[in-house]
Write a protein that binds this ligand. Sequence first.
Ligand code: NAD
Ligand code: MG
Length: 410
Amino acid sequence: MADKQNITVLGSTGSIGVSTLDVIARHPDLFQVVALTAHSQVDKLFSQCQQFKPVFAVLLDADAAQQLQSKIMAAGLATEVLHGVEALERVSSLPQVDSVMAAIVGAAGLRPSLAAARAGKKILLANKETLVMSGRVFMDAVRESGSELLPIDSEHNAIFQSLPRDFGRGLKAVGVTRILLTASGGPFRSQPLSALENVTPAQACAHPNWSMGRKISVDSASMMNKGLEVIEAHWLFDAPADQIQVVVHPQSVIHSMVEYADGSVLAQLGNPDMRTPIAYALGFPERIHAGVSPLDLFKIARLDFEAPDMTRFRCLDLAYQALRCGGTAPAVLNAANEVAVAAFLDEKLPFLGIPSVIEHALEEISAMPVNCLEDVQQADRLAREIAIQHIQSQGKSGSSSFTLHASLNS
Ligand code: NAD
Ligand code: MG
């Protein structure tokens, strides 16, 4: 490779962000970090700035940015510190940036991901919420600008690897009959439903195979993560809901599969370590080292599969419903889920209350067509309000103090 790839890492202090920098650090000859961003983690972002010497560091929070600025100056670094959503959009669309790792969690990732798409960047998309909320707007922007879109979510990365390169002609045209989206089933796969009533945030975040941020960990426990991924697969691969089959596979070794008209099924396997899909996307179309240990098939010995239980995992069912309904319904699903997960993590909502909040929001808000970003933002705001009201009306005493953590940053 001649020139280094100039990259912005959005959400660099998170689980995906840290794994991305781990892979980048293994290849100083291939990558140059232009910008690093975080919500408010000053110390972590500062130490990343010391190591990677980016041109820009962005914090959402103005006070946090001030603190980072002082540290940067005291250390004699040349990094320019910015803050706010516009700054996130700016570092996603700078002319000198080739690639953007979109690894902010939740709806907050939408505007910067979209800015990267509009600017025609190579996008390494971890932020699945972008596609769930505004799949049409985002995919249109990708097509219009000629962006290269590489999925980071392990399942979608596996599907991408198992599809022919020209899958954009249409799944039917390339002989694909189904997408088989694997799911670990999370920490509560084999527990009786009654046992889930009193689970704590710590239990929900203890994933058997993957180490991830707290929001996606709760989503994995409720299987909403798989629901969001069904919608994500719909947009990435232009696959109708009926062609996306969720397969529970507790070992998380097969990361997903593609079934073809002739009966062939292609899969991508590997240890459950996000550095594999990240390295695949960073190096694409070449393969680079990721620091991941080789798969030991003899140690794994067996692979199991089961059908998902939609009555037990209501969130997965709700996601399919929202996808089939279309328009703003997936944005409503996503916003209500973010509010419900934040309330659960705050111990203001029981685990089994999460699907109830989402179902209520979907019932209350009629789906509207999505023509522009504002349609999505409006649905998002309304769904958050309705979800918060619902949690407060159901809540124990004290829940009126519930504040909104996850937000759209708009
Ligand atoms: P995380 O919570 O560990 O990190 C989130 C990052 O986003 C942090 O850097 C945080 O500072 C930043 N952030 C949070 N709120 C923000 C806001 N309002 N504005 C700007 N920045 C903000 O999350 P994660 O587990 O790394 O997940 C990131 C994304 O990747 C999510 O969309 C998730 O669904 C997706 N993903 C994660 C994994 C995984 O293994 N962790 C796997 C597949 C997909
Ligand atoms: Mg995934």
